[in-house]
Design a protein around this ligand. Structure first.
Ligand SMILES: [Zn+2]
Length: 170
């Protein structure tokens, strides 16, 4: 049996168009929400990858012969504010190597710390210096130092203090 309707064929057709428009708008909204989520997940992923690079890099950063020249070098920052090497992370041979390079070797307790801004309650994390040549060209060079904390629990990275720049190694 046919449904009784007072709509003309044109009105029925227009109503279907309106429904299709609403559905399209709904789908666009849905896609936009997913795109936002994807962007957040990608940001989270790149931050976590950055945290991992810092935390892995700092273990052997002091061994680099040309630190910062071919990508960022990571070093622990001592209470004095200068880069240090952590005694407990060194083998006896490495301890001798660090001393031969005149690098200050300190116990882990002698590394400067800051609280993770994301973990609650905040965890104390060692301050790490990221050191690299950010420009290398005929118009001059730029070397940059940034102080960071990277949290192995929440995989966040935070900058602490000001970025320092120089036109030569410093
Ligand atoms: Zn954290």
């Amino acid at each position: 049996m046919e449904t009784v309707t007072d709509k003309t064929p044109l009105e029925a057709w227009q109503q279907k168009i309106a429904r299709a428009q609403r559905a399209a708008a709904g789908r666009s909204k849905h896609v936009a929400a997913l795109a936002k989520k994807l962007k957040e997940a990608e940001h989270e992923q790149s931050t976590a990858a950055y945290a991992e690079r810092i935390l892995s890099g700092v273990l052997k950063g002091w061994k680099e012969n040309d630190p910062g020249k071919h990508g960022p070098a990571y070093r622990f920052v001592g209470a004095s504010g200068r880069p240090v090497v952590v005694e407990e992370l060194l083998s006896p041979e490495e301890r001798a190597e660090a001393r031969a390079k005149h690098l200050p070797v300190v116990p882990f307790g002698g590394v400067a710390t800051k609280l993770c801004h994301r973990c609650s309650p905040g965890k104390l994390l060692p301050v790490i210096e990221e050191y690299c040549q950010t420009e290398d060209g005929p118009d001059g060079d730029t070397w940059t130092k940034r102080r960071l904390i990277a949290c192995p629990d929440c995989c966040a990275v935070f900058k602490t203090g000001e970025t320092e720049e120089s036109d030569r190694r410093f």
